[in-house]
Design a binder for this molecule. Structure first.
Ligand code: UD1
Length: 438
């Protein structure tokens, strides 16, 4: 039942853009206080749903966030021939297709960058895939050369035909030794999935070490795959003829949702307890908050964030995990707009991630962007304004800026935020925020 409205009361047209209720209105100026439970990780859930089409049996996935990116992914796998049923709020049962019914639908694939993750699973299980070169957030050039090169060296024939990536592997893929020029998350995941059903051993070098890669490897191993080394620079996969038999798998908590709430608490000089967290996954964010003077205390699977008084400016560089995540850069920039002194942010992963700076400026921020570097001069006050989300994390950052500012902030293009934050408004309301949609 994708789109059953659990995420928000937003009305969507299937496959199109949000038609109504696409503006989030926030009354700011109050510290965030209370407890919030973090949902399942968007990026892990998307990869695990893709991988589930390689299984010959049903899989039951727990802690899946009901967000619009997941809804789009569910629509895609249904189109491919799978059955997907929500058993309860965050438990999704998938009955994978036994043969490929259709190509992934163009309009959804274009919308969802993570749909590129079907290349590996479909090629290795069905020997064929045709995916429209995907879209997703408007955060810069997002090439797929590493995916294509890796799959080609496993014996697939990949061609770009009329805007589509068409992959053919009439014979089973062959294990290979593949070095990634950059530790791309998507390429690591795609190649790891493809290798699970390939003949022989695949060695992937210079791979991404993100927690979502490890979660995907754990899910694949639950399906009977032989993946070793996920979370290090080298992953070794011994191919097996068939995957299946994983009755139940629980997706990890979302470290970026957690980070967003942590930064929101710090930015509003609030005090928040976050539950359902794996603390090492948020360590790069905790380290920066502590450096700024925020109290961050870990306790089992929860974290307390407490901020009052003046914070210190920061220097931040985004890097692959365990470096500071690009997906938290905009939210940190929001916080730093009101931290006295000069902060410097260097974005090394996606070049367009500074578009949000112009929106912050409408609210009174002082930011200078030069290529991949942004210099933020902290101001003592920001004011609510009409602003526009340009991507998912920019949207989250504008929510934080709205919470910090005096008066009301209207954030249009809120559908970007719905892509990645489960029940955001409910969670904010429970923390004392006045928030509505129009
Ligand atoms: C994933 C995450 C996204 C996160 C990003 C970096 C999902 C669904 N999305 O995106 O939220 O911001 O990791 O942590 O998991 N690159 C190439 N060639 C390729 C592939 C990538 O040059 O074939 C480059 C990209 O242009 C970019 C960098 O590698 O500069 C990182 O991209 P990648 O790690 O692949 O990000 P995604 O998997 O798309």
């Amino acid at each position: 039942m994708a789109g059953r409205g659990a995420a928000t009361a937003v009305v969507y047209k299937t496959g199109g853009s949000a038609l109504t209720m696409d503006k989030l209105i926030i009354s700011g100026g109050k510290p965030l206080q209370g407890r919030v439970r973090i949902s399942g990780a968007k990026n892990a859930a998307l990869a695990v749903i893709c991988a589930s089409v390689m299984s010959v049996d049903k899989v039951k996935l727990e802690n899946v966030p009901d967000i619009s990116d997941v809804q789009a992914m569910i629509e895609i796998i249904r189109h491919l021939g799978a059955e997907a049923t929500w058993l309860c709020e965050s438990t999704l049962q998938i009955n994978p297709p036994s043969r490929l019914k259709a190509d992934p639908p163009c309009h959804l694939v274009k919308k969802l960058r993570a749909s590129n993750l079907f290349l590996g699973p479909l090629l290795s299980r069905f020997g064929y895939t045709k995916v429209s070169l995907p879209g997703g957030c408007n955060i810069g050039v997002r090439p797929m050369d590493l995916h294509f090169k890796g799959l080609s060296s496993m014996g697939a024939d990949i061609r770009i035909e009329g805007g589509f990536a068409v992959g053919r592997a009439p014979n089973r893929l062959q294990g290979a030794r593949i070095y990634l020029d950059f530790p791309s998350v998507g390429a690591t995941e795609n190649l790891m999935m493809a290798a699970c059903l390939a003949i022989g051993q695949t060695i992937l070098e210079n791979v991404a070490k993100e927690p979502e890669v490890v979660d995907l490897a754990n899910f694949l191993n639950c399906l009977g795959a032989k993946v070793r080394g996920a979370g290090t620079d080298i992953i070794k996969i011994d191919g097996v003829p068939e995957l299946g038999g994983c009755q139940r798998y629980t997706v990890i908590p979302d470290r970026i949702e957690a980070g967003t709430f942590m930064v929101a608490a710090a930015a509003t000089r609030g005090s928040l307890v976050l539950e359902n967290i794996i603390p090492p996954h948020v360590e790069p964010i905790c380290a920066k908050l502590r450096e700024a003077g925020v109290e961050v205390l870990e306790n089992g699977d929860s974290i307390m964030v407490n901020a009052n008084g003046n914070l210190q400016p920061l220097d931040i560089k985004t890097l692959p995990y365990p470096g500071f995540p690009t997906d938290m850069q905009s939210q940190m920039m929001a916080m730093l707009t009101m931290v006295n002194g000069t902060s410097v942010i260097v974005e090394n992963i996606f070049e367009n991630r500074f578009q949000v700076a112009d929106e912050f400026k409408r609210m009174g921020a002082r930011i200078k962007v030069e290529g991949r570097m942004a210099v933020v001069e902290g101001v003592s006050e920001m004011h609510g304004a009409e602003v526009r989300a340009t991507d998912l994390r920019a949207g989250a950052a504008l929510v934080i800026a709205g919470l910090m500012s005096r008066g009301q902030t209207g954030i249009s293009n809120a559908h970007y935020i719905d892509r990645g934050y489960h029940r955001l408004e409910d969670k904010l309301r429970s923390l004392g925020v006045e928030v509505s949609r129009s």
